[in-house]
Design a protein around this ligand. Structure first.
Ligand code: AMP
Length: 307
């Protein structure tokens, strides 16, 4: 059984409902979304989430939600003097915008104990983190996390990384791009989205993005590109998987996160990387057709479509 450990921040999501002025509480966060879709699509995979939460009602609700979703919460640390971060989705004529309250979130302390990180990683085969995981940590804890990941990789764990570039979470774009390349340098698998990479690293093509990450030592690169084909590089082998575009996209939130879950699920099911990407595309294709980060999908139907 493949064991996956995802590391990062899960927030409370306050989303508008169809009734003006009424909102619904949910939970979401990039690495958490991936863990959630993976647990849903690959029940044979053991999925754990490492983060920190508070000791209040909403933090307890998050833990209960994780357990109900099939996500192991043994590596969720409690920071009694903090609570989980929160974001509000606002709608203005169909356009979504996000307001965040996460500056003091418990998740910022997730790497304050190297022994805890090492113990969690020791029980995993694949360890997944993102540029947002790095962004929420101060420089010292970021270095602790990177060092644990480096050690885990030496011990034969596969490290997977989504750069998820979010300039607002960083002091400067230079700090962001430096930290992202440090994250890639401890990783085997990098899962970037081309549009962001082109903006912040000035990559002319998805091939340039793949090469930049191969050059720092990653061996498998999967470059997502919206409705354009997915480019992948596995060692010296390069391939492309076409995307079947959706005519009416409802909400692209978690498109990339669910895609990553599809790649891991495909691998766990014994698929080639190419077939795993086809599977990932059919999963994220469903996700962009529904509102919200965590949407209702039928995993069995996906398998039929991607064969
Ligand atoms: P992105 O992070 O925007 O590059 O999107 C991640 C993945 O979501 C893509 O590789 C596609 O598989 C899927 N996706 C995004 N936008 C669309 C779309 N308009 N139609 C179908 N699939 C999409």
């Amino acid at each position: 059984m493949m064991r996956v450990l995802a590391i990062g921040e899960c927030m409370v999501e306050i989303a508008p409902t169809d009734t003006v002025g009424e909102f619904r509480l949910g939970f979401a966060g990039d690495t958490f979304n991936t863990a959630w879709y993976l647990a849903l699509c690959a029940p044979d995979v053991s999925v754990s989430y490492l983060t920190a939460v508070g000791d209040d009602a909403i933090s307890h609700n998050l833990r209960a939600f994780m357990q109900a979703s099939g996500i192991d919460d043994r590596f969720v640390q409690t920071s009694p003097d903090r609570t989980i971060g929160l974001y509000l989705i606002s709608l203005d004529k169909g356009e979504r915008s996000f307001s965040y309250w996460r500056g003091q979130s418990a998740a910022k302390t997730l790497a304050n104990d190297p022994d805890r990180l090492d113990a969690a990683m020791a029980e995993a085969d694949v360890i997944y983190f993102s540029g947002i995981t790095l962004a929420i940590l101060d420089a010292e804890q970021r270095a602790v996390l990177l060092s644990s990941l480096r050690d885990a990789r030496r011990q034969g764990k596969a490290i997977a990384f989504d750069p998820n570039l979010r300039p607002k979470l960083w002091v400067s774009s230079e700090e962001m791009t430096n930290a992202i390349m440090q994250g890639a340098a401890v990783s085997d698998i990098v899962l970037p989205s081309f549009e962001d990479e082109a903006s912040w690293f000035e990559d002319a093509t998805p091939e340039a993005t793949a090469n930049r990450y191969l050059n720092v030592g990653a061996t498998t690169i999967v470059v997502k590109n919206g409705e354009a084909p997915v480019l992948y590089a596995e060692g010296s082998q390069i391939g492309e998987v076409p995307v079947v575009p959706v005519s009416n996209v409802i909400d692209t939130t978690a498109a990339g996160d669910s895609f990553n879950a599809g790649v891991f699920a495909g691998h766990a099911m014994g698929m080639s990387l190419h077939n795993g990407i086809t599977y990932a595309c059919s999963l994220s294709r469903e996700v962009v057709q529904k509102k919200g980060a965590l949407v209702d999908i039928n995993p069995a139907a996906l398998l039929v479509k991607s064969v």
